[in-house]
Write a protein that binds this ligand. Structure first.
Ligand code: THU
Length: 164
């Protein structure tokens, strides 16, 4: 019987929590993502995504998706906040990002959200630049929270190095 070598690292993991089980700081980060979702500009999909990102100095930045009548021009909340913080604080590592979404303008229309492929690769870029994982909190319905300890949990066998 062949004994295949495991090539996907188990160092990063995905866990599920209830909102009330989170630390105060993580609960606050998720609340800020929820708040940002309600300000999204999503007239075409109606899917409003909000994020709150914490830098290593504890500062928190919020963003949301910004759509465009030419659909591919729109940008996801995650890439918007990551681009903004890295443009303005290029020497501070992002350490946590919380993501929340709504299907409509009302607060009670919470949708499950997990970052798209482009955003995963973008999170990976900044993890690599700073040499440390970015924790990802994804809010689901009914107060369920998924927590990835780093992008490896969402993007296994990822593309990292042009010279590999
Ligand atoms: N979107 C995000 O902003 N982040 C995600 O994690 C998932 C998708 C946006 C893109 C588009 O404006 C809308 O949600 C529907 O796909």
């Amino acid at each position: 019987m062949p004994n295949p070598k495991k090539i996907v690292s188990e160092q990063t993991f995905l866990q599920s929590f209830k909102l009330e089980e989170l630390s105060e700081a993580n609960f606050r980060l998720i609340s800020m993502a929820k708040e940002a979702a309600l300000k999204a500009y999503a007239p075409y999909s109606g899917f409003r995504v909000g994020v709150a990102l914490m830098l290593e100095n504890g500062e928190i930045f919020q963003a949301n998706n910004q759509e465009n009548v030419s659909f591919p021009v729109g940008i996801c909340a995650e890439r918007l906040v990551l681009g903004y913080v890295h443009a303005n604080y290029p020497n501070l590592a992002p350490i946590k990002i919380a993501i929340a979404a709504n299907r409509a303008a009302e607060e009670n229309s919470q949708a499950t959200v997990s970052p798209c492929g482009l955003c995963r690769q973008t999170i990976n870029e900044y993890e690599n630049k700073f040499g440390q994982p970015i924790e990802i909190f994804m809010l689901g319905p009914n107060g369920q929270v998924f927590q990835a300890s780093g992008i490896g949990a969402l993007l296994p066998f990822k593309f990292d190095d042009l010279n590999q």
